[in-house]
Design a protein around this ligand. Structure first.
Ligand code: CP
Length: 352
């Protein structure tokens, strides 16, 4: 076995992924059995960006496994406020913690942190890029509520451009047999081209729609997302997108009786609260499944058979990432790393 940072769920083979999913199921059935599994272990939660679910579900996961937690939930309360680099912060914290979960505002930050950490890094969300542990949560939710990860028509609705949970989920679910995707968004907020390229590479049929009402009837799964206000460069651009897609009972009445509605949360206005009481709404159960998923992930990553592997990419001094939200534009000492994708070199941090 050999992965040890979790930057992208892709890093797990199907075998490893199912090992974690099976573990999550075992923990769910008998949580008391695992209460001392991480005795003596310390996890650091470094949250450079706001969070409720991811941060607290990781914290409760580690505490329920018998470990302890250190960290910050606001970099302004740490020496980051004095100008400490990501590299130095991570290098230091990895002397204190056996495992680091990190959320950051910049795309590719988890990859950058992994370059300098002596302990495994778990990506708890890097800007608008990826959110692999939300995807693990989503997959556990689908297994528990739909009973399968295959033969599903999956609708994703809302901010498909900036929604990191969307990108991670499409990457993961496009690898399972016979899934189809319906991408529901405005023209301004469609999924990035690199995600469409992944769908094509995995021979996954997908269509694009600007109408939730028209698309909902064919779906087995509806993944609603909020418009990511914090990723917009101007307030007016955000206001133009806000409130375009709202799931209400009128639309839900056109859906299949066994539809499952997921949402990574937080919700703003994209799901009417009347929908919460419909049995098809599983987004609050999803938060509990996320805790079990993270317990299983912590156990997997701290498994003593594993060794720290860091697939860095290719050093390419001439490369400059053009993505202004990429970590390489803030932490300028980072080595210029690229990786091959569809016959071209992309940034190894943010995949731009
Ligand atoms: N789903 C999710 O990432 O929620 P938080 O931002 O509250 O962690």
């Amino acid at each position: 076995m050999a992965v040890k940072h979790l930057i992208d769920l892709d890093e797990f083979s199907h075998e490893e992924l199912f090992k974690i999913l099976n573990m999550a199921n075992l923990i769910m059935k008998n949580p008391g059995y695992y209460t001392d599994s991480c005795h003596g272990k310390v996890m650091a939660t470094l949250f450079y960006e706001h969070s409720t679910r991811t941060q607290m579900s990781f914290q409760t996961a580690m505490l329920r496994l018998g470990g302890t937690v250190i960290g910050f939930d606001n970099p302004l309360n740490s020496s980051v406020s004095k100008g400490e680099s990501l590299k130095d912060t991570v290098r230091v914290i990895s002397n204190y913690a056996d495992l680091i979960t990190m959320r950051h505002v910049d795309e590719g930050a988890a990859k950058a942190a992994a370059l300098y950490s002596r302990s495994p890094i778990i990506n708890a969300g890097d800007g608008g890029h990826l959110h692999p542990t939300q995807t693990l949560t989503d997959i556990v939710t689908l297994l528990e509520t739909k009973g399968t990860l295959e033969n599903l028509t999956i609708g994703l609705c809302g901010d498909l451009k900036n929604g990191r949970t969307v990108h991670s989920l499409i990457k993961a679910m496009s690898k399972f047999n016979n899934n189809k995707f319906v991408l529901i968004s405005t023209k301004e907020l469609t999924v990035p081209d690199y995600i469409k390229a992944i769908l094509k590479k995995n021979n996954c049929p997908f269509s694009e729609s600007t109408s939730l009402a028209d698309a909902i009837g064919e779906l087995d799964v509806l993944y609603m997302t909020r418009i990511q206000k914090e990723r917009f460069l101007s307030e007016i651009d955000y206001i133009n997108q806000k409130g375009v897609f709202v799931l209400d009972m009128e639309k839900l009445n056109k859906a299949k009786s066994d539809l499952k509605i997921l949402h990574p949360l937080p919700r703003v206005d994209e799901i009417d609260i009347a929908v919460d009481d419909d049995p098809r709404a599983v987004y609050f159960d999803q938060t509990e499944y996320g805790m079990y998923a993270r317990m299983a992930l912590i156990l997997h990553i701290l498994d003593s058979d594993h060794k720290l592997i860091n697939d860095t990419g290719d050093v390419n001094p001439a490369f400059t990432c053009e993505n202004e939200k990429c970590i390489t534009n803030k932490e300028i000492y980072l080595p210029k790393l690229t990786k091959a994708e569809e016959n071209k070199q992309v940034c190894a941090y943010c995949e731009h």
